[in-house]
Design a protein around this ligand. Structure first.
Ligand code: ATP
Length: 377
């Protein structure tokens, strides 16, 4: 139980098409994160699953039942919002008990379920307090407790951690991952924070302008982004994207001209594209953390305009003469580099990504099977 299918979901607000045909299957017990820039339609999609918005077209199916016309309370889902929406005059106990009282559950059942939720969420010693006396993280746990007692098949979270400070967010990320493991329920989580997505998700759905740009396990999105949008969205600082020309299509991929020298990158080149690629401009992607100091397989001289020393990392930003965008590199540890001084950097062909003129990736020839283990053992 807790299997969800979205079938070609479309949502218009007046003439404005916000969700443009989203299809997705979420497996029972899966933790799926919707991520994307502001306005891409993630909250609208979640609200449609919850039944808080009508769909303009398409089917929402939960456990083989079309639920488009079912009231939110009948869908077997519970939603946790960014604003905790707690009743300030009620104790933590009564806030968590609230949905059970609406359902007219017995006092004994309420006590049992509230106590169980409080234990899971480490709220046992706060049950008689009012929300005003709790920290932001504790308040969000109360809101989650209120969802847990309903025993939903599917939990929906809409940016639940955005009101918390960075340290609390990190703690809550771990708690939510544990909670998911413990409850075994299906969870769908909306965020614009890629760290939350990467750390908590079994699978991430990257949305862009109402479309799905890619669905995959977190490391798949990092190592095999299917397009320049996902390549730029996942990873911080963003992947460097550099124009290069194709010199040859080789047995294993493409040979491109990097800085006047041939660079062979192992990628899958579809049969029908082989004959048209030579001489074409494509985009070479290299992540800042894959750039090293000194000469290497692909070398270039950059003059950083800004150098950030973080102690555990040194980050340089250089303007490349023929391009508007900055070239960024991240070196581990403290490296003595000065701004405005030419510095040689390099990277390996094995770390490169190649995208065609439409921004679609040629699939990299790397094996991800060992990188996709479950999050908690
Ligand atoms: P954010 O991260 O900023 O919350 P989001 O990806 O969750 O963004 P949505 O809240 O789903 O985006 O909104 C998508 C688009 O739909 C936005 O342009 C928003 O202004 C618009 N929109 C959302 N709700 C309504 C509404 N009730 N009426 C009209 N337009 C709406």
């Amino acid at each position: 139980m807790g299997q969800l299918s979205l079938k070609n979901i479309i949502k218009n607000f007046g003439d404005f098409e916000v969700v443009k045909g989203v299809s997705l299957d979420v497996n029972e017990g899966e933790f799926v994160v919707f991520v994307g820039p502001s306005g891409c339609g993630k909250s609208t999609l979640l609200r449609m699953i919850a039944g808080l918005e009508h769909t303009t077209d398409g089917d929402i199916v939960i456990d083989d039942k079309r639920v488009n016309d079912l009231a939110p309370v009948k869908r077997g889902i519970a939603m946790v919002f960014q604003s905790y929406a707690l009743y300030p005059h009620m104790s933590v106990y009564e806030n968590i008990a609230f949905p059970l009282r609406v359902e007219r559950a017995s006092e004994a059942e309420i006590r049992k379920k509230v106590q169980a939720a409080a234990e899971i969420l480490h709220l046992d010693s706060h049950l008689q307090q009012k929300p005003g006396n709790l920290s932001g993280g504790q308040r969000q746990r109360v809101a989650i407790g209120r969802a847990i007692v309903r025993e939903p098949e599917i939990f929906l979270f809409d940016e639940p951690l955005s009101n918390l400070d960075a340290a609390l967010r990190a703690d809550m990320r771990i708690e939510l991952t544990r909670l998911h493991k413990q409850l075994g329920a299906t969870m769908i989580y909306v965020t614009h924070d890629q760290v939350e997505a990467m750390t908590m998700a079994d699978r991430i759905v990257v949305l862009n302008g109402g479309y799905i740009a890619q669905v995959g396990v977190p490391l798949e999105l990092y190592h095999k982004p299917q397009n320049t949008f996902v390549a730029g969205f996942i990873g911080n600082p963003r992947m460097n994207l550099l124009p290069v020309n194709v010199l040859a299509v080789t047995e294993n991929g493409l040979e491109v001209d990097f800085n006047g020298k041939p660079l062979r990158v192992d990628v899958h080149v579809p049969e029908d594209k082989r004959s048209t690629l030579v001489g074409m401009q494509v985009t070479l992607g290299i992540r800042p953390e894959h750039v090293a100091l000194g000469a290497g397989e692909a070398s270039m001289s950059v003059t950083p305009t800004v150098v950030e020393q973080l102690g555990q990392q040194t980050i340089g930003y250089a303007a490349l003469s023929e391009q508007e965008n900055n070239f960024c590199f991240v070196l581990s540890g403290t490296q003595i580099i000065e701004a405005e001084q030419a510095t040689q950097v390099s990277f390996s062909a094995g770390d490169c990504h190649i995208f065609d003129r439409d921004g679609n990736a040629f699939e990299r020839k790397i094996d991800l099977s060992e990188m996709t283990a479950p999050k908690i053992g």
